[in-house]
Ligand binder design. Sequence first.
Ligand code: GTP
Ligand code: MG
Length: 196
Amino acid sequence: FNFQQVSFLTSAPDIRALPADTGIEVAFAGRSNAGKSSALNTLTRQNNLARTSKTPGRTQLINTFTLAPEKRLIDLPGYGFAKVPLAVKEKWQKSLSEYLQQRQSLKGLVVLMDIRHPLKDLDQQLIFWAVESQLPVLILLTKADKLGPGARKKVLLEVREAVLAFMGDVQVQVFSSLSKLGLPEFEQVLNGWFSD
Ligand code: GTP
Ligand code: MG
């Protein structure tokens, strides 16, 4: 699969405004600042396809990208950003759970978590919803370049152990947009989801 053949499709303010629910799509979700947009750019070898930012909460819209006819990547807004009003947070959690439950074309969920702060409450909630909806999950432990090899391995094994409790199809790997660590493994999982 050629992930470089990507183009911006739409920015949707909510899940009702997403493109028609046909074909195959894979969504990227995670806390604000986890590195979702960076991972999308790394995967597609683009510098600024998805806008990245040092300010958490940058991506407020659901940005959709086309890889091939009827094959989409979805960059979901980050959650867990402290400064967002509670009502907005609750509304977003509701639409996120609806999206995971109802979206027919959704074939897999990539959950990105900073390797230094894995499995926060909202991450666990999201994985729970995905497993409940029988969606395969790939956890990327992002910014792996921030830790040495020993520490990386330790977190990876801990998270792998912890996600057994979800009793679903949940894979875990380390990833870095900076060093490209884990990129081939990431591509392999996405290739599988897109070729189903
Ligand atoms: P929101 O859209 O706000 O939810 O954030 P996001 O999850 O899309 O994060 P984004 O990709 O914008 O990255 C957030 C910050 O982390 C930026 O300053 C990035 O440069 C940095 N970052 C992302 N990936 C990596 C990585 O692999 N290594 C390092 N060292 N920094 C990274
Ligand atoms: Mg983003």
